[in-house]
Design a protein around this ligand. Structure first.
Ligand code: GMT
Length: 376
């Protein structure tokens, strides 16, 4: 199949999933066309079957807001015609599903029919999409998609609760390339560069936005480091960073906290981590938690959204109510304070991640494409 993939090219989970999906589909013989405003961050290899088409939005002083949807739908029309793309798979409803619908309508005028598959990722529904400013357009573009998927059962429920949806929503969970996160030996991990032998390494990866409740990450870590020697590693950049630095300074733990910024070496950092913290306010899936588990890192998280579909309470880690710092700290210390227990949780985390093997999940998307094309 010739498949057009529209996504955000940034470090966010939806862009990562879309990129990994496109790369795997290309390995399975499909021709993939990424259409977005920058080359996706994890798209390193452009082969015969993988193409990237940039959407340009020239600045014009008349516009207070540059019309990205318009540029995207025009680019989609051009690329579908030029490369004979058969199906468009858009990740994150806003504004991708809307722009794809406009492209589809323009193409129909030229007797070209290109169906749209929309994958809902989370904040396009829970935080942003349900806002009255966007809701009618989001409802419309979900209902007008030829197929709709959600990355967790919880996100499907949220979508049906928040919007008036007439379309079927299929749950296709996020996935992971387990090969990339295979166990490394301690030496290969270069753990010694980051911490002393007796120090535990706690990690958090996100876009450092308020929804991630980073202040809880720091508070939980503060309690952990009172109980045992420990270091905290942050991967990612975002608007909370300055507040975080101040909180660390106020608590007197600055020397125990490392900020890696945006990194493409997540697997290497997770390789030497002992525990992952994800205390988010809401999280439709929690791809970062899955990446941690695939590296054999247990997860302490909030019990919200799709996280319980990924992190299994008492097995791969623990779930606590949102904001319950005491419970999260107690659970973290429980896992970390006994080497045998920590080893068991690490093994369990890796085992639980196997459910999300990309070889199992990617064919589900292929089936959806085939079904959708057959209906046209
Ligand atoms: O976590 C974010 O804020 C980024 C956002 C995105 O669109 O990249 O993540 C959402 O999609 C990910 C991939 O499906 C999910 O793993 C995240 O849970 C989801 N984030 C939220 O629901 C807050």
């Amino acid at each position: 199949m010739k498949i057009g993939i529209v996504c955000y090219p940034t470090f966010g989970g939806s862009g990562v999933v879309a990129t990994e999906l496109g790369l795997e589909l290309s390995k399975r013989g499909h021709e993939i066309h990424f259409i977005t405003y920058n080359q996706p961050v994890r798209l390193e290899l452009l082969g015969n079957n993988v193409h990237y088409h940039e959407v340009n939005v020239p600045e014009y002083p008349l516009f207070h807001y540059q019309p990205y949807e318009l540029a995207l739908s025009s680019k989609l029309v051009d690329m579908v015609k030029l490369h004979k793309i058969e199906i468009l798979h858009v990740h994150y409803a806003i504004p991708h599903a809307y722009a794809a619908y406009m492209a589809k309508k323009m193409l129909i005028e030229e007797d070209i029919y290109v169906p749209i598959v929309t994958t809902l990722h989370g904040t396009d529904i829970t935080l942003v999409g349900s806002h009255p400013f966007y809701k009618p357009a989001v409802t419309f573009s979900i209902n007008k998609s030829d197929a709709v998927t959600a990355v967790s059962a919880s996100l499907k429920e949220d979508t049906l609760r928040l919007f008036d949806i007439k379309n079927e929503i299929e749950v296709v969970p996020n996935f992971i390339d387990l090969e990339k996160y295979k166990h490394h030996g301690v030496t290969e991990c270069q753990r010694g560069l980051m911490a002393k032998d007796n120090e535990k390494i706690i990690t958090h990866i996100s876009n450092l936005r308020p929804v991630k409740r980073i202040e809880d990450v720091i508070s939980v870590f503060y309690n952990i480091q009172k109980a045992m020697p420990a270091k905290l590693m942050f991967i990612g950049e975002g608007p909370e960073k300055e507040k975080m630095e101040m909180q660390c300074a106020d608590l007197g733990i600055t020397d125990k906290v490392v900020f890696f910024g945006r990194s493409n070496e997540i697997d290497k950092i997770l390789c030497f981590s002992d525990l992952f913290l994800l205390p988010s306010q809401t999280e439709s899936f929690g791809l970062a938690a899955l990446e941690a588990m695939a590296s054999g890192v247990p997860v302490i998280s909030s019990n919200t959204g799709g996280i319980p579909e990924v992190n299994v309470h008492g097995v791969s880690g623990y779930l606590s109510e949102v904001g319950d710092i005491e419970d999260m700290s107690k659970n973290a210390i429980y896992i970390l304070s006994d080497e045998n227990r920590l080893k068991t949780f690490k093994e369990n985390a890796r085992k639980e991640s196997l459910k999300f093997d990309l070889h199992e999940i990617v064919p589900q998307y292929e089936k959806i494409y085939e079904k959708t094309l057959a209906k046209c």
